[in-house]
Design a protein around this ligand. Sequence first.
Ligand code: PLP
Length: 491
Amino acid sequence: MQYVSTRATSASASRNPQQFSDILLGGLAPDGGLYLPQEYPQVTGAELDAWRRLSYAELAYEILRKFATDIPDADLKALTAKTYTEQVYCNARGDESAAEITPLRTLEQSAGKTLILQALSNGPTLAFKDMAMQLLGNLFEYALAKNNDELNIFGATSGDTGSAAEYAMRGKRGIRVFMLSPHKKMSAFQTAQMFSLQDPNIFNIAVEGVFDDCQDMVKAVSNDLSFKARHKIGTVNSINWARVVAQVVYYFRGYLKATTSNDQKVSFTVPSGNFGNICAGHISRMMGLPIDKLVVATNENDVLDEFFRTGVYRVRKSAETFHTSSPSMDISKASNFERFVYDLVGRDADRVHALFRKVETHGGFDLSGAPGSDGDEFRLVGQYGFQSGKSTHVDRLDTIRMVADDYGIVIDTHTADGIKVAREHMAEGVPMIVLETALAAKFNETILEAIGTDAERPAGFGSIEELPQKFVVMPADVARMKAYIAEHTGL
Ligand SMILES: *Cc1c(COP(=O)(O)O)cnc(C)c1O
């Protein structure tokens, strides 16, 4: 299996075929594009039948080996077996469903309509990013050990991503994590989750500023190419290909658990921000998984909903990006969207290059086919199963209340956006699976506002704010940051 950049010309693609291991530790392709397989591996009906009997870890192995063809099977099997265990994914439930890794729960079944919740938040940080990040930690450690190399992950977080990365990389040989976060701006729970880690390879840096200041520091350090090379700096952002592939597994799992035969179809609704999660759904569908609809659910930051309703992709400025009660979906542009656009325009890398250059110069592009637009491929969106919808703060409160009253469970704010939109796209005879992306305990303030009581905390998280914390406070000063990294990498 070889990988190409969404912006590669055919000449450069054939000169630079990349293997899975080549792109594992990186982010963007050198031409600024994103990596995708040259073609999507196909899954047969016989395979799907056989996969119905597998554990989650075994299924992950079967799917990953189609993409990571340059990693020996035995190694891949060991890596997936080590990652997808009941011990790693037991936090949220701790009951008999923990062995399922992503257990399904039917919320409603009436008049031929079925609404199912698939839990993706059983990992150590109680959000779906653990599904892929835990595997990434093991893959990174494996790849670095093979080359006797090391890696210093440098990133900025406003909450979920940073903690998922730290819990995936803690204690891993050859890896250090330097994570910037805005000082005193995260919730007490999120802060405690990150800062209570005492592992010597985890460095939490609280920056005196806002999230954008943290991100600017990451950019400044990454743009210093000689510093970056000397200190072996890398990232784990949502465009990482291995993260996307790891997410493909739970679409297959959800389908196999919600159906009994391969002539049945299901739809998925996905609370979306950077388009990473639902991009894995698109890839699953392209591989032949019988998915009917892929429904993109956004919050007030509706860049993606706007595109899937109108064909116009219009990124927002920082000032137009709302801070909402589903904060992990507060994005101004969707970093993985380019992967879908590549397929939508018939894998024409020159078109993709031109369209995303227009994003930089004009803030977006228009594929609606209207006079003066950049193309008419919007007419093809339906062929890929995509639909969309939007949810607001009031919708979230209503949905959290309704789900608590009707089904007796308390869902988080992002999942509430998903359920709200899913209910607008239900079809008779096609089960609708909503991906649950976080646990309510992480966003307690809004839960309190919706139902007047606290969200239940999973066992072991009861007094997380009381644990000793390890972090340093630093001004938003790039030179200080570089000195700190140099001192602690010893490179
Ligand atoms: C990251 C995140 C999302 C958005 O996922 P994308 O892959 O960026 O679309 C949704 N919900 C939660 C809880 C998240 O942490």
